[in-house]
Design a binder for this molecule. Structure first.
Ligand SMILES: [Zn+2]
Ligand SMILES: [Zn+2]
Ligand SMILES: [Zn+2]
Length: 144
């Protein structure tokens, strides 16, 4: 998770040749503000001033440019989180473990846990790997 300050969002869009629009900046600040991934329905709720198609286009453009990555939660809902600076257009390097909490349903990016390199048999060309852990997050596993 990259903690980019508000004034850096504009340069981030500039760097990726994306127009600096209000909705784009809003999506970036929303995703950066949380230490967990944000689900698409949650984004839709906050971004109620734009239609779903526009939001969908923003998210796919960001994903394509290597700004955000998609993680699925236990219900198969798409969640989005900021990428590490190592990510670039068409080349994501988000090979860290994701943790799905079964209680609060939050999806955590565990950036410090790098996934081991997995070599597939000859002929398989993977676009990426999905590996996640599930259980209780620190907040939910605390004894009452
Ligand atoms: Zn990425
Ligand atoms: Zn939790
Ligand atoms: Zn992640």
């Amino acid at each position: 998770m990259v903690h980019t300050h508000n004034n850096n969002f504009e340069s981030l869009l500039e760097k990726h040749h994306l127009k600096k629009t209000g909705p784009r900046l809003k999506v970036l600040s929303m995703l950066s503000a949380k230490n967990v991934a944000t689900s698409q329905p949650d984004l839709e709720g906050v971004m109620n001033d734009i239609d779903r198609v526009t939001l969908y286009r923003i998210l796919s453009a960001f994903e394509e440019k290597g700004i955000i990555h998609k993680v699925f939660d236990l219900n198969g809902t798409a969640n989005y989180a900021m990428c590490s600076p190592a990510c670039d257009e068409d080349h994501h390097h988000d090979e860290h473990l994701h943790f799905n909490c079964t209680n609060c349903k939050n999806v955590y990016c565990l950036d410090e846990l790098h996934l081991p390199e997995i070599k597939l048999p000859k002929g398989f060309k993977p676009d990426g790997f999905t590996l996640y852990a599930s259980g209780l997050c620190p907040k939910c596993s605390k004894p009452v």
